[in-house]
Design a protein around this ligand. Structure first.
Ligand code: MN
Length: 500
């Protein structure tokens, strides 16, 4: 089959068994999604293959690639969890379930919820691989957004920009976040996009010409200094990041010097400083624009030397100097550490073997239990687990994400509660007065008993009734300390009234 070959050819680590597994998953989804078409007229199968291809391109493991093929099977077909587990095992089923759960995340509109939604996104997925699969799924959905109704396009694009781009960026997967950004931009800010495009198009043609000429001079200069082991390429800023910069520069494109930058990639860190010295010896740098992100990495762990120089004739060009590893890290982030290689005897001692232990984030491999050296862990991983860590300590060392659920208010506020919490817990978390007068609860639009256990992603609306007040039964169906305390004190007040 053509598509299976394309997936397999996108990666280089696969064994014959891996390839057979991918073929089997392809046959499985071909049958399960038979005849299903998307609004674009494409078969759903194309979407699944494209998602798997993006994952293969990131060099993800066969498990992840196969999950890319299977990711919609629970949501969109007759196949149930049991069948899936029988066919493809527990791990893949766990991943498919995670992706399905993330699909329930809907952007609720308000700016102030962005951060909570990102947290929710990370919390619900539990396993970093689920996030990466969801990012690949979203990337292909963004590429095929145009047949959708305008309102839906806007919602999905905004959600992509606010949540998915932010998550991909934090994981350092610039290769994905950059594409998502530029795909979403025209839908979210159509006028600004047009304006930016007009300004940039006028500029880039000239820019490319200049870069080409300058690249030759740089190569010559490095060769003269006996540096031959290097490569160069261009980095073009995305329309969206140019737009963000334009806002800061009063829409004056002449004030943006790094629309296109020349990259020089070298074997070692000392080569980078050496090359910076050579370049500054020939071309005069702009003051204040020399950035040493090798010694002082950006918060997302980005490393590189940046300088902006006068090339003569009034032209200015940004140069980025980095090692191959830094380049990999900048493009692929966390995925560059998950790159699939067949386990060999000596791979156990590799620098990043600890990452494997960190994944999936579940009870028997959590950071807490393994007592990994926290300082060895890059900041983007720390960001992911820090939240888990501090809360887990508060919750008596229990695995935070396993023990908490995330639910929404009708306005989209994210509330996190202990697992098995009920609408009563939810009500008391909002306000004690609402808690004291819970009359009923609407969960996802349906009236439900107030002792129902809440699930991740539920949207809850509390109906209050001034005549209602806490009773003994409530105490038995709440999980939060706050609710218990409030109910007890209300009950006590009631008793006191009876006494006097
Ligand atoms: Mn999908």
């Amino acid at each position: 089959m053509e598509s299976v070959k394309e997936i397999i050819n996108s990666t280089s680590f696969l064994t014959k068994e891996d390839e057979a597994l991918i073929q089997r998953a392809f046959d499985f989804v071909q049958k399960a999604h038979e005849g299903q078409k998307r609004l674009s007229g494409e078969f759903h199968l194309d979407h699944l293959c494209e998602t798997a291809k993006i994952l293969a391109d990131l060099n993800m493991s066969p498990t992840v690639i196969v999950t890319g093929l299977l990711h919609d099977v629970i949501e969109d077909t007759e196949v149930d969890e049991k069948t899936l587990e029988k066919e493809f095992g527990q791990e893949i089923t766990f991943l498919v379930n995670g992706v399905t759960m993330l699909g329930k995340l809907k952007y609720q509109g308000a700016e102030r919820h962005k951060e909570s939604l990102r947290k929710f996104f990370v919390a619900v997925s539990q396993d970093i691989r689920v996030i990466i699969i969801k990012l690949a799924d979203r990337l292909h959905n963004m590429k095929t957004l145009s047949p959708l109704p305008e309102e839906k396009q806007k919602r999905i694009a905004r959600e992509t920009l606010e949540i998915y781009v932010a998550v991909a960026y934090r994981l350092g997967i610039r290769k994905i976040s950059r594409q998502l950004e530029d795909l979403a931009f025209p839908y979210v800010y159509p006028e600004e996009y047009k304006k930016t495009k007009k300004l940039v198009n006028f500029k880039t043609e000239k820019e490319f010409e200049r870069l080409g000429i300058f690249e030759k001079s740089v190569k010559k200069a490095l060769a003269k200094n006996n540096i031959i082991n290097f490569s160069t390429d261009y980095r073009i800023k995305t329309f969206y990041s140019i737009y963000k910069k334009l806002i800061r520069k009063e829409w004056n494109i002449e004030k943006i010097y790094d629309i296109a930058a020349l990259r020089i990639i070298l074997p070692e860190v000392k080569d980078c400083y050496n090359v910076l010295g050579i370049i500054h010896g020939i071309w005069r740098p702009l003051p204040d624009r020399i950035k040493d992100y090798i010694a002082f990495p950006k918060p997302n762990n980005y490393q590189s030397l940046h300088t902006t120089i006068f090339t003569g004739h009034g032209n200015i060009i940004e140069i980025q100097i980095k090692t191959k590893e830094m380049h990999q890290e900048a493009e692929y982030g966390i995925t560059s550490h998950l790159v699939y290689k067949k386990e060999t005897k000596d791979s156990s001692g590799s620098n990043f073997s600890w990452i494997k232990r960190l994944l999936p984030i579940n009870k028997d491999s959590s950071l807490l239990e393994k007592k990994l050296n926290f300082d060895d862990i890059p900041s983007w991983i720390k960001d992911l687990v820090k939240y888990q860590n501090t809360q887990a300590e508060k919750d008596l060392q229990e695995d935070f994400f396993k023990e908490r659920i995330f639910v929404f208010t009708p306005k989209g506020d994210v509330i996190d509660l202990p697992i098995n919490s009920t609408p009563i817990d939810f009500a008391y978390t909002i306000h004690s007065d609402i808690g004291d007068h819970v009359g009923g609860a609407r969960i996802n639009g349906k009236m439900t008993a107030i002792d129902t256990c809440l699930k991740n992603g539920d949207i809850i609306e509390i109906v209050t009734d001034k005549k209602n007040s806490p009773n003994q039964k409530w105490l038995e169906c709440v999980k939060t300390v706050n609710a218990k305390r409030n109910i007890r004190s209300a009950l006590q007040k009631k008793n006191n009234l009876h006494l006097f």
